[in-house]
Design a protein around this ligand. Structure first.
Ligand code: SAM
Length: 211
């Protein structure tokens, strides 16, 4: 799987501006056992570089996209991270390896509950999963060093921009539902000014809820 991630990183390097993904990110991708985040029926495909169904019409994202989004967040062990779209909990586990604390929100209760118990069983003690609409984020815990949204939004949710720390980074797929979206990097500088850069065309399941 790591080889396929490296190959995709090289193939897309002209668009993403990153030829090589950070060593720590690649190590985290190797440390987290992706087969533990899918049902037995899909376990044999879990190290292929593609999304897989996780039930409720949702998917666990393609490993390269998980690695790339994580890489752009430039996480540190002291960072507090917000994830919108827990799904299987896989991306949250990768974030947990690289940061201090992860708060993940899932709108489908069945998925959120099973991801929470899976993460606990696997020993990812620094992830808290809540059930709800991630559009609003977790204002009571803000600001976050990094925010990652793993479902497609047609615009960047203003509450999430608000909850990003000065100097913080957000990765989010932005664009029309069920079509191609642009994986987008949002940066807030120390003065609180926002800059936005489109990184790569992607295809994510839609952000539902209030959005
Ligand atoms: N990060 C996940 C993983 O590692 O398995 C994959 C996420 S899947 C591509 C997108 C997830 O976002 C789905 O589980 C979906 O239910 C969730 N979602 C969609 N809209 C949401 C919202 N408004 N708030 C929170 N979660 C949402």
């Amino acid at each position: 799987m790591l080889e396929k991630i490296r190959r995709d990183a090289i193939l897309t390097s002209a668009e993403t501006g990153r030829r090589v993904l950070d060593k720590k990110v690649m190590q985290a991708m190797s440390d987290v056992a992706r087969h533990k985040f899918v049902s037995e029926a899909y376990a044999e495909y879990s190290y292929e570089n593609r999304p897989l169904p996780i039930g409720q019409g949702q998917t666990i994202s393609q490993p390269f996209i998980v690695a790339l989004m994580t890489d752009f967040l430039e996480l540190e062990k002291t960072h507090k991270v917000l994830e919108v779209g827990t799904g299987s909990g896989y991306q949250a586990a990768v974030l947990a390896v690289l940061s201090g604390q992860v708060y993940s929100i899932e709108i489908i209760p069945e998925l959120g509950k099973s991801a929470a118990s899976r993460l606990k069983e696997l020993g990812y003690g620094n992830v808290e999963v809540t059930i709800g609409d991630g559009y609003r984020g977790r204002p009571e815990l803000a600001p976050f060093d990094a925010i990652i949204v793993t479902a497609a939004a047609d615009k960047i949710p203003p509450p999430l921009i608000e909850q990003l720390k000065p100097g913080g980074r957000m990765m989010i797929p932005v664009g029309p539902q069920h079509k191609v979206q642009q994986l987008t990097l949002v940066e807030k500088n120390s003065q609180g000014e926002i800059s936005v850069r489109e990184v790569l065309p992607v295809s994510f399941v839609p952000l539902t809820g209030e959005h």
